[in-house]
Design a protein around this ligand. Structure first.
Ligand SMILES: [Zn+2]
Length: 168
């Protein structure tokens, strides 16, 4: 089988997606699996030709180390105390922050991170806290401007290894 590409954007940065629906399960017996483009989020099915386990996540997080500033979006009048941390993994859908900030699961945060010395920070307008384990805050992006989304997609494209699932 030749290289797999996203049918929407043509990128080769694709990964197996989690199998959730009944048709996903039925088709997997023929090794027709769902995939996710890691850059445009398109989900599509294709024939793989060999069995593979069902992945836990559909968006692989790339390992990074970017300084981040964040604050709660609770209300427009709140004082908006800011915190610092380090983003240590990132996908187009979410990230993980290392920080000791007093944040609760379910909080909505606004964040800014810097991915190189000579770039404007990327702003995540809103992200919701999904997990907190030993100072690692798991976030899912819920509001993102198109231009920032494009920049995150570029970062993921640069940092994510090719590692095509079709490779033998
Ligand atoms: Zn794509």
């Amino acid at each position: 089988m030749s290289d797999l590409h996203c049918p929407t954007c043509g990128a080769s940065k694709i990964r197996l997606a989690a199998r959730k629906s009944l048709s996903d399960v039925l088709l997997s017996s023929l090794t027709i699996y769902p995939f996710r483009c890691q850059l445009c989020a398109d989900r599509f099915r294709t024939f793989l030709g060999r069995r593979t386990p069902n992945p836990r996540r559909s968006f692989e997080r790339v390992e990074v180390s970017f300084p981040v500033w964040f604050k709660s979006r609770r209300s427009p009048t709140s004082s908006g105390v800011g915190y610092e941390g380090l983003i240590d993994n990132l996908s187009i859908r979410g990230c993980r922050i290392r920080s000791t900030a007093p944040i609760r699961i379910g909080s909505r945060l606004e964040l800014e991170f810097q991915y190189s010395d000579n770039s404007f920070p990327v702003t995540i307008e809103e992200a919701v806290v999904r997990s907190i384990v030993d100072g690692a805050i798991g976030l899912r992006f819920t509001k993102l401007h198109r231009s920032d989304e494009r920049r995150i997609r570029h970062i993921v494209d640069v940092w994510l290894p090719e590692l095509l699932p079709s490779r033998r």
